[in-house]
Design a protein around this ligand. Structure first.
Ligand code: SF4
Length: 584
């Protein structure tokens, strides 16, 4: 087998047992790797509660990981989300995916629960489970500092150990597997950290062809203003979006009550560059290097974090934004959910917090102290308890990121239909509605959006499975990645074949959510977007009928019934009607 290692590790922590498995090529071709294969192995267990020992935590790389394919150093971490009850997953960067693959594994499936706090150490074809009770409740940077010589690290912090529903897993001290709260799954299994270190070479079918395919992608990215332009993400990080989103009247401000932040021009990516002069780092195998970090190792926040820890909660202190990001990465919490839950709390309690009070509240959430204990349940649960559920700006209980959907109707549809709840990355319509890539679409109409969102969801599912970073699709297409895939694996596939696999992967996720009772009732947006008149004349509330029609059209092109549930015919067409493979 080329590209894939052909080997999985299955760790049962309850039995302290490690087994290896070699799935057939047919399964790899159907689900590719990463998010696709992880979803395949999660499905037989998806109706169990998230904290049932049988629920697996899955770490999966893809066929391109560890090769010279651009941006291929990513991996998927997946389980059932403690926060939402949907599937819970994150594509995460750093070096972990590459190291895991070089250690000889396409994926690791962890089931059961350890009797003691443990660290799992993966090296070439070998896995050890260590007792590490002395690391209980220790911060992520502390644990990283003492285990980083063991290879790439995946660590949970005190937030997960204290039961915060939006706990993250931090890779290599900086890269967050944040959304969906599966840091808590890791804590439930009593795993403090996982390390991976490998020295094996990935087998490539046609290296010369791979080099040519890589050069083509690098050439396309060099010509992309969004990636390498003067204001692109290579230079400024994803924070480059801050000004643009505010100028399009889409910056979620004061819990989405407003669409512009009066301090935006002094809190944009230029301001961070001027104040901190950060250097660029990136995920393994990436030439874009969108991550920014100061000389003393402090991470400059991503756009979402920059926006939510400023506009969403009414804070105009840049240093407080940097420190809020740092606290989240120290205790292990998703920044989007943390900021959004604070915004919900501020609205419910009609309060305004100073920068130091915001930071102290974040510490309290991570350490389950005072009001922090209530907020650790996430905004939807908190708002429900307070009898004010419309103040949670979430979909399927996952807090919304930093794009107001009243300014981009594709985003409205994508938030509603996303298989992991309020997520911008399942389809990322900002690409065509705001960045105008690969072609511009009218951001104030639902017309044609059903089909575009469906195709984008399939594309991103394929990218997360190969793996490739979504940002690279501002410049390249699946045609280029099909060429890379064929060169690596020796199996000829065209862009449309990979897109079809993406459709299968996405539909499999819808089936899993449907098995847990999710349907059209949950594919909806907070009321605020249909009712609240904005202060800006350009941005109107969404028209409810137009939204429902677009959602109904989406169900049709996706092959779902009018309740948003999967059909037997589509399931059969995609070849996912006979795949109940239990982990053994
Ligand atoms: S563009 Fe950024 S997120 Fe994507 S692979 Fe490169 S460094 Fe990682």
């Amino acid at each position: 087998m080329f590209g894939w290692t052909g080997k999985l590790a299955i760790i049962n922590l309850s039995k302290n047992e490690i087994k290896f498995n070699e799935p057939p090529l047919e399964l790899y071709l159907k689900f590719i790797g990463g998010r696709g294969l992880a979803g395949f192995f999660l499905k037989p267990y998806i109706t169990l509660e998230w904290d049932n020992g049988l629920i697996p935590l899955l770490l999966f790389t893809g066929p391109l990981v560890g090769t010279i394919s651009p941006t291929s150093g990513r991996m998927t971490m997946m389980s059932k989300s403690p926060l939402t009850g949907t599937i819970g997953d994150s594509s995460v960067g750093g070096k972990f995916g590459t190291m895991l693959k070089k250690a000889g594994f396409d994926g690791v499936i962890i089931t059961g629960k350890s009797e003691y706090l443990c660290g799992i150490e993966i090296t070439d074809d070998d896995i050890k489970i260590n007792r590490v009770e002395h690391l209980k409740n220790k911060s992520i940077s502390y644990v990283h500092s003492i285990i980083k010589d063991k290879g790439s690290t995946a660590i949970i912090g005190p937030a997960a150990e204290n039961g915060v529903l939006f706990s993250s897993i931090i890779i290599d001290g900086h890269f967050a597997s944040g959304r969906s709260g599966i840091g808590l799954t890791m804590a439930e299994k009593k795993i403090k950290y996982i390390t991976a270190f490998g020295t094996k070479k990935i087998k490539i079918s046609d290296f010369d062809e791979l080099k040519k395919a890589r050069e083509e992608i690098v050439r396309l990215t060099s010509a992309s203003p969004a990636l390498f332009g003067n204001f692109g993400i290579s230079r400024f990080g994803t924070g480059a979006l801050y000004d643009l989103i505010d100028s399009r009247h889409m910056m979620p401000t004061l819990n989405f009550k407003k669409i512009n932040f009066e301090y935006a021009s002094s809190m944009n990516a230029h301001a961070y560059k001027k104040k901190y002069n950060p250097k660029s780092i990136g995920c393994s195998g990436c030439h874009i290097l969108c991550k920014k970090i100061t000389d003393d190792g402090t991470a400059i926040p991503e756009y979402e974090t920059m926006s939510h820890f400023s506009a969403l909660i009414g804070n105009n202190d840049i240093e407080a934004v940097v420190q809020a990001n740092k606290i989240c990465n120290e205790v292990g919490m998703d920044t989007i959910s943390a900021a959004s839950t604070i915004a919900c709390f501020l609205e419910v309690s009609n309060k305004k917090l100073s920068p130091s009070e915001i930071l102290s509240l974040l510490e309290d959430i991570g350490n389950k102290k005072g009001i922090g204990a209530e907020l650790g349940m996430g905004s939807a649960n908190y708002a429900e308890i307070k009898g004010n559920k419309d103040t949670s700006m979430s979909v399927k209980k996952l807090e919304l990121p930093a794009y107001d959907p009243r300014g981009a109707y594709g985003m409205a549809l994508a938030y509603a239909t996303s298989t992991r709840g309020g997520c911008h990355l399942r389809a990322y319509p900002i690409s065509h509605e705001i960045l105008r890539k690969p072609v511009a679409t009218d951001r104030f109409t639902f017309a044609g959006k059903a089909r575009i969102i469906k195709i984008s969801e399939d594309l991103n599912a394929a990218a997360d499975s190969l793996t490739a970073c979504k940002f690279i699709f501002f410049a390249a297409t699946l045609e280029e990645y099909a060429r890379v895939f064929s060169a690596v694996t020796g199996i000829k596939m065209f862009g449309q074949d990979i897109l079809k696999a993406g459709e299968r992967i996405y539909y499999n996720e819808i089936i899993m959510n449907s098995m847990n009772g999710f349907n059209s009732k949950h594919d909806d947006l907070p009321k605020r977007f249909f009712e609240l008149e904005s202060v800006n004349k350009e941005i109107k509330p969404l028209n409810r009928e137009a939204f429902l029609l677009a959602r109904s059209n989406y169900y049709k092109v996706r092959g779902l019934n009018e309740n948003g549930n999967p059909s037997f015919e589509k399931t059969k067409e995609l070849g996912i009607d006979d795949d109940l493979w239990k982990i053994s």
